[in-house]
Design a protein around this ligand. Structure first.
Ligand SMILES: Nc1ncnc2c1ncn2[C@@H]1O[C@H](COP(=O)(O)OP(=O)(O)OP(=O)(O)O)[C@@H](O)[C@H]1O
Ligand SMILES: [Mg+2]
Length: 298
């Protein structure tokens, strides 16, 4: 793989409207980061039983490949229209979509996908390729979403980042500062510190906890955590929010009107081998703006 691919932003193209939104989002991103865009289609060949002849199979693959190239050309036109000076490359591989994109993510700077594809059904909130790549990709993955399926993503508003104090969370914080700086957007750093539903477990909690002191401690920890990044990105206007709530609720609330929400692939909870924590997973389903899932570099 050449270095150009390693530095490029890969966009998954499958002929859907959502993938075209992803391509346009990636074009703006690539223009900020001054890297090429690589439009990528995995040509998925459906399993065929023994009643299908080899000739039919070959003809079918040929027409699927032809269709894939057509979708890639269409996406390239969109990208060129959005940012004419951008370097754009198209690539097609025959194979399962999530697997092929996860492989390619190891050689990419960033992967950008739509939230929905050509499959799915009415009421489905996010597609399996998007969730699979967000869970197992080797680089940061952005799933481009709007308020409703097929809506374009919002273009203005703050960047919101979830800070949980974990190593994975630190990678997310760096990514969020970069994005806020590019976008000249306010960065809202959200730290929620009660990862249980208080209402359900209230009886079990000790009664003599001084919640105000806990909140103060958590605020101080958040400031300390962000101090280095503040220095590195003095241009970014930072707002800190410390909430006694579950992360997903706090983040979704803060992300109302945001243009991007950034989270680590998983947080302090979860189990080894789990690709995505529950917060990241839920945001992929419910956010009204693009979600960036970030993991530390291998
Ligand atoms: N074959 C593919 N090649 C490249 N990118 C793809 C492919 N399939 C999906 N994608 C990417 O993933 C995004 C989400 O599509 P996904 O396939 O996850 O949802 P879906 O088709 O609605 O549901 P599902 O396939 O899970 O039934 C697309 O917008 C596109 O960016
Ligand atoms: Mg699909």
């Amino acid at each position: 793989m050449d270095t150009a691919a390693r530095h490029s932003i890969l966009v998954g193209i499958d002929g859907s409207q959502s993938a075209l939104h992803a391509a346009r989002w990636a074009a703006e991103e690539a223009s900020e980061r001054q890297v090429p865009v690589r439009l990528f289609h995995a040509c998925v060949v459906p399993p065929m039983g023994p009643h299908v002849t080899t000739v039919t199979t070959a003809a079918m693959i040929e027409s699927l490949v032809e269709q894939g190239h057509h979708w890639l050309r269409r996406a390239r036109e969109e990208v060129r229209a959005a940012v004419p000076e951008l370097t754009v490359r198209t690539d097609l591989r025959v194979g399962p979509a999530a697997g092929e994109i996860i492989d390619e993510s190891a050689k990419s700077r960033l992967v950008v996908l739509g939230s929905r594809g050509l499959g799915g059904f009415k009421g489905m909130l996010v597609g399996s390729v998007s969730v699979g790549v967000a869970a197992h990709g080797h680089c940061p993955v952005v799933v481009v979403r709007g308020r409703m399926p097929d809506d374009p993503p919002p273009e203005a508003g703050p960047v919101v980042v979830g800070v949980d104090g974990s190593a994975v969370g630190d990678a997310a914080v760096e990514f969020a500062f970069e994005e806020a700086s590019f976008r000249q957007a306010v960065l809202v750093a959200v730290h929620t510190w009660l990862d249980v539903s208080v209402a359900d477990t209230w009886a079990a909690l000790p009664r003599d906890i001084d919640w105000d002191s806990v909140a103060e401690d958590e605020s101080r920890l958040l400031s300390e955590r962000l101090a280095g990044w503040r220095e590195k990105f003095p241009d970014v206007e930072l707002r800190q929010r410390v909430l006694r709530d579950r992360p997903v609720r706090g983040l979704l609330e803060e992300a109302e009107g945001a243009q991007l929400i950034v989270v680590g692939s998983r947080g302090r909870g979860g189990i080894v081998g789990m690709g995505l924590g529950s917060t990241s997973q839920s945001l992929l389903h419910h956010s009204a703006c693009p979600v960036a899932v970030v993991r530390p570099e291998a």
